[in-house]
Design a protein around this ligand. Sequence first.
Ligand code: TYM
Length: 344
Amino acid sequence: METILTGIRVNGELTLGNLLGALLPMVRLAEKYKSTHRVNVFVPDLHTIIADVDGDLQANTLKSLRYYAAAGLDLAHENIHIYRQSYVPAHSELCWILDTVATMGEMGRMTQFKEKSEGRDSANVGIFNYPVLMAADILLYSAKYVPVGEDQFQHIELARNLAERFNHKYGPTFELPATTAEQAAFMQGLAVEGKKAAGIRIRDLQNPEKKMSKSSQAENSKIMLSDTPASAAAKIMGATTDSVGKVQFDMFNQPGISNLLSILALTTGDTLESVSARYAGETNYGDFKRKVAEAVELFLADFQVKVAQTPDQEILAAFTRGESYANEIAKTKLLDAQRAVGLR
Ligand code: TYM
């Protein structure tokens, strides 16, 4: 059985963009493949602490699982393994071993590192090193598919390079994850922006050139999963559009309207093609926005009810089961690596 593996950091409250762009596609993927693949969904809590944490880390971890469950992830399925990274010590241990095959040069070229550190001397070393930890996350489970957004593709390439270099130096130990082109092809079924296979990028409601981001100062630019459904609807009504006067999917010339079409498709479970066809010829942006606002209001109300419904015991039981599984697999692979290096 091949393994699909992924994780989302939870540094605080998530946006509708995180949900529709990453979490929901991931859950759909898990549901599609759970009978034929191992699906590892983990909480990268060690990654989380490279940045400030809003609120309580434990509470955020539980909440993230509640979000997965509300989005439809089957926490009790035998092929779905849910675990917290820090509860599987092999991740940190393999990270150290891989650190000794990674080079300063390649790590310094990581775009995420450059963006997050902004050249500051005061940036923490975790920001520099976390792609190596991510490689350990992947290689410990011989994961083939790692569904992530495009911003993380460089880290998958790094995991492949480190595995290859390690195998070359110490003998065959790690299986390489699929190339980014293969990853993209695997995720293709989930893409709504045509060729951009790495999923959906939900845009900022006030400035649709940018992605919807939690860190945006303007409250109206983002919908938080904790917003009341009515205020979320009001934010949709206030979203920036354009002066073209036609409802059509054209990310380049009409990013605002295209974003609303994506949101409508994802919140109603429809395809982008079908919602685009339904509104083809619509010239009244107010009427169109009202439909999107209604869909978001219904979706969020339903989602929030489901979030409240998942009991903590169910989540904790999933963690306990998943962590016992993950420790078994990870320990064995770590031992292979330790033996190869000569530590055991
Ligand atoms: P993180 O937590 O920053 O992001 C989680 C996932 O969300 C994707 N993403 C988006 N996708 C679409 N539209 C957006 N606006 C958007 N913003 C973020 C990211 O690409 C990512 O897939 N290092 C990882 C977490 C991680 C991981 C792993 C993932 C740690 N170890 C091993 C996979 C496998 C991270 O910080 O993602």
